[in-house]
Design a protein around this ligand. Structure first.
Ligand code: GLU
Length: 494
């Protein structure tokens, strides 16, 4: 049954005190994904919010895999969650907790509620439940479901299978103090006597979540607002057991670039697809943090800043729209600001995930030297690879078809004059620049006429870093070899 929600302004002062008391204890947050497919981008953002909130407060961040739905949970999906978390650098405390393995504890709690009279055995058959529901519809009754077995004495119990239902309060209201959505009050007569334990003895999801969150000591539940209705039901369980109710923050969902609800059609929904697109994890963390939360006008920030700044007050109330342009801009800044060794490490991981052949050691060494010149102008790893393709090529250098035309009109004597002089010049950017300018003067050509040919000779392409940067990275020997090879080849062809 759908639970109607209405905003409640009462009890603000009292609730404020409660919240303050709670936030003083050590913060424990969690991400509780259901392993039913790839790790979703929304799950990644929720995990990130929980991680930032806990890590910024010296708290704990836990992972619980909600694998009670045996039909839909798969090992591949569990692995995808772990891989996604690892890629995003969202480290969690302790081992992942499997919800299904905790079933005995969920059952124990259902029986505890039965013992204390907060729950009851219900012997209604499926048919009888449907009859009661039809009757309620016929009578236009909006009241929540109450079983006739609710107050039945044990002496009347038949020898039949039963479910255990919670005894929802008949009057009053259940209040959710939500840090994002505000205070929400649900009349208790709108809350069903929900089933806790099915007739086959298995616990329901709602019970499992409440028990697990309590046992894990979770103080703050930050999750998608599609779970807001569940909070009321979970609160019933907390209250029946006299447990502390956690602080809630139900965050609006992510929408696609078209402003519509997220689907595979309007956005890549799986986290790993972003890794395959070549965005660094730090950029994803930064971008996802901004997706629904803000710190003034700050768009680009480090993990340390995000941990310090992240709060629940600045989570927006409306759905956030995914914006690839923003992600790309943030990614560019992260690539430019990452130190070379770490960047190379992440680049290798990217190449692995897109099944790129392993790079030879000389290519890795070249890349490392080249990053200083190439990392500041690219938005993703594929662009970084393209920029560095000159270093990843071995001789003979293949020439892109679009640069061949220019070669045919070029006086190769320029190279004949230049190459021998490269033997003796000091191998440094300004000396190389000086030498090239003087050769250009000698052959009466502008550098901009010579540069494309040097690009072609050194990289086989027109999209390269500057000629001087390439020479610096390639070194004297390789530069000269490439120029000679080019000269010999085109001397013959032209
Ligand atoms: N397992 C739920 C999901 O994957 C999350 C439940 C919760 O956070 O309470 O959407």
């Amino acid at each position: 049954m759908f639970i109607g929600l209405s905003k409640c302004k009462k009890n603000r002062y009292f609730l404020g005190i409660c919240r303050k008391a709670k936030t003083m204890s050590k913060v424990v947050t969690r991400i509780a994904p259901s392993p039913t497919g790839d790790m979703h981008i929304g799950t990644a953002r929720t995990a990130l919010f929980n991680w930032l909130y806990a890590r910024g407060r010296h708290g704990k961040f836990l992972l619980r895999i909600e694998d009670t739905d045996k039909g839909r949970s798969t090992q591949a999906a569990k692995d995808a969650i772990l891989t996604g978390m690892a890629w995003l650098g969202l480290d969690f405390d302790g081992d992942p907790i499997s919800q299904s393995e905790r079933a005995p504890r969920h059952i124990e709690i259902a029986y505890k509620l039965l013992e204390t009279g907060q729950a009851y055995k219900c012997f209604l058959s499926e048919y009888e439940i449907n009859e009661l529901r039809s009757l309620a519809i016929k009578n236009k009754s909006a009241a929540a479901f109450r079983s006739p077995w609710r107050e039945a004495p044990p002496s009347t119990f038949p020898n039949k299978p039963f479910v255990i239902r919670i005894k929802a309060p008949q009057s009053g209201a259940t209040i959710i103090n939500d840090e994002v959505q505000g205070n929400i009050s649900i009349q208790n007569n709108q809350l069903d006597d929900m089933v806790l334990l099915r007739s086959d003895g298995t616990p329901v999801y709602m019970l499992a979540v409440a028990v697990d969150d309590h046992d894990m000591g979770v103080t703050h539940i930050i999750r998608g607002d599609d779970h807001l209705n569940n909070a009321a039901r979970q609160n019933l369980i907390y209250s029946a057991l006299n447990w502390n109710i956690p602080v809630y923050a139900h965050i609006p969902l992510i929408h696609g670039e078209d402003g519509k609800k997220l689907s595979k059609r309007n956005l890549a929904t799986s986290v790993i697809e972003y890794k395959k697109m070549g965005y660094p994890a730090s950029a994803m963390r930064n971008y996802l943090a901004r997706l629904g939360w803000s710190h003034g006008d700050d768009e680009f920030f480090t993990d340390e800043q995000a941990k310090k700044w992240f709060d629940l007050q600045h989570i927006g109330k409306s759905p956030s729209r995914f914006d690839f342009k923003k992600l790309s801009n943030i990614s560019k800044l992260h690539i430019a600001n990452t130190d070379n060794a770490a960047l190379l490490h992440e680049l290798i991981e990217y190449l692995n995930v897109v099944d790129h052949p392993r790079l030879a050691q000389n290519h890795l060494n070249g890349l490392l030297r080249s990053l200083d010149f190439t990392k500041s102008s690219v938005k993703s790893f594929p662009e970084l690879i393209e920029k560095n393709s000159f270093i990843l090529k071995d001789r003979p250098i293949t020439i892109d078809p679009d640069v061949r035309e220019k070669i045919e009109e070029f006086p190769l004597k320029t190279l004949k004059i230049l190459t021998p002089q490269l033997q003796n010049v000091k191998w440094d950017r300004s000396e190389l620049e000086e030498l090239l300018n003087s050769v250009c003067e000698q052959v009466e050509l502008k550098f901009r006429t010579v540069a494309p040919i040097l690009r072609a000779a050194l990289a086989g392409s027109s999209k390269t870093p500057s000629v001087f940067d390439m020479m610096t990275v390639l070194g004297r020997e390789e530069t000269i070899e490439r120029l000679i090879e080019f000269e010999v080849k085109y001397n013959k062809e032209i």
